[in-house]
Design a protein around this ligand. Structure first.
Ligand code: UDP
Length: 436
């Protein structure tokens, strides 16, 4: 670590507790990203407090993830799961609770790093009140999702808020070139204000397991060709397209699609399974070809990736494409649409196939091509895993620290300029702090 002084970072994840089980409607790559980055920053001596507002009965106020990393629950009203759509109305309450918490703590934070637009709005208020630099990771934006998938709609107030955040934050941290480009195109973001921090994967957890052993552990057939889908069940993930591709591959003997991820709808504080996938599977006559496995714990996923012959990532849009990276780390090739950062870690034609054709036919052809590769054409799981060995959370944290450093250096420069101006014009009524 080149910096001598440890930073204290306030991370905000208002709409979802990053420690909650993954694969639910509001938990996924962002949760992994927050906890892995926080842990890595902690390992490097920095202090991270993650503030979340989505409490459930039994949650303690503060939980230590590591020596220097804490998860702090803030009271934002009646506990229970609040639908994300209704959380916007609780933003002032969250901002107030956060401000109280910041005032009470003996800790002076160097900056606030918000995740997702709802946290960004809260952090924007904190920036104004406490003059704390604000770094934001959007993870996804309303306009990016809508541009790629018409079924994904968002309220106008979200689009307006995202525009304001792009203009007023101190720095934007994006996970891929594509995310940077979308922010510039859709929200007129200043390219100089965006830093890129590609995500990583925990190689000690995601590593190849012998396919036979993995299948036997999961009770899966040893002779079938298995295609695996892992993700939230939501239109942007392209599962409908994958099912249509599976229908085109009906001629392929012994082919099965495993669908991992939970299909839940949260309304009025309760959640229920929706069953749209099962309905679509029946409609397409694929009941004997598709297994809907539901949500699987992250820790158990290496067995699923290793059991599969190929992982499909048919998404219309992704922040990064973490599932594809996890799959490669487990030695399983992928068929993926060109989303997120996949082009930076999938070697097209070697460790996977990148699909240009947005229609199910293109996906079906790519799956068939990959699955019919001869033994000699296939890379070993170890070689596939090696191809992504450099993609670690430690490398991601190092890049994130560079972003933090540049924000703080800029803030110091502004302060210095302000002091110089004040010294030159002592009568002018400058506030003591840099205005935000
Ligand atoms: N995931 C999981 N169990 C599931 C479904 C998903 O642990 O049943 C994990 C998956 O392994 C990945 C994350 O959730 O780490 C999804 O991240 P990604 O960025 O691919 O998608 P997002 O949901 O954030 O759009």
């Amino acid at each position: 670590m080149s910096t001598a002084r440890p930073y204290r970072i306030a991370m905000l994840s208002i709409h979802t507790n990053p420690l909650a089980p993954l694969g639910m409607p509001d938990t996924g790559g962002m949760s992994v990203c927050i906890r892995e980055l926080a842990r890595e920053l902690g390992r490097r001596g920095h202090g991270v407090d993650i503030f979340t507002g989505r409490t459930r009965p039994g949650n303690g106020e503060t939980r230590h993830l590591d020596e220097r990393v804490r998860l702090i629950h803030l009271d934002i009203g009646p506990s229970g799961q609040v639908p994300k759509e209704q959380l916007h109305s609780r933003v002032p309450r969250f901002a107030e609770a956060l401000d109280d918490a910041l005032a009470q703590r003996d800790t002076a934070y160097h900056l606030v790093h918000s995740h997702y637009w709802l946290s960004g709005v809260v952090a924007g208020k904190t920036r104004a009140l406490r003059h704390l630099p604000h770094v934001i990771s959007f993870h996804t934006t309303a306009l990016a999702k809508r541009a790629q998938c018409a079924e994904e709609q968002a309220p106008v107030h979200r689009i307006d808020a995202e525009g304001g955040l792009v203009r007023n934050c101190d720095r934007i941290v994006a996970a891929s070139v594509r995310e940077c480009q979308a922010l510039i195109k859709n929200y007129k973001a200043d390219s100089g204000k965006i830093g890129r921090v590609p995500w990583g994967v925990a190689h000690n957890q995601f590593r190849p397991i012998d396919q036979r052993a993995a299948r036997s552990r999961l009770g899966l057939d040893q002779t079938e060709k298995l295609v695996l889908f892992v993700g939230r069940i939501t239109p942007v993930k392209g599962l409908a397209k994958l099912l249509a591709a599976m229908a085109r591959l009906r001629h392929y003997p012994g082919l099965r699609l495993l669908v991992v991820g939970e299909e839940r709808e949260i309304s009025k504080g309760s959640s229920k399974t929706v069953g749209l996938v099962v309905g679509l599977v029946q409609k397409l006559g694929l009941s004997d070809r598709v297994t809907v496995a539901g949500r699987i714990a992250h820790e158990a996923l290496p067995h699923w990736y290793s059991a599969a012959d190929c992982v499909a990532l048919p998404s219309h849009d992704e922040t990064f494409g973490l599932v594809a990276l996890e799959s490669l780390a487990c030695g399983t090739p992928v068929v993926a649409t060109r989303v997120g950062a996949v082009e930076t870690f999938v070697q097209d034609g070697r460790t996977g196939i990148l699909v240009d054709d947005p229609l199910p036919g293109g996906l079906a052809r790519a799956l068939e091509e990959l699955l019919t590769r001869s033994q000699g054409q296939r890379l070993s799981p170890a070689a596939i895993a090696r191809s992504v060995a450099a993609h670690t959370w430690s490398a991601a944290a190092a890049r994130l620290l560079d972003e933090y450093r540049s924000v703080l250096a800029h803030r110091n420069e502004q302060r210095q300029q302000c002091r110089t101006r004040q010294a030159a014009h002592p009568d002018s009524a400058h506030p003591g702090r840099v205005s935000s």
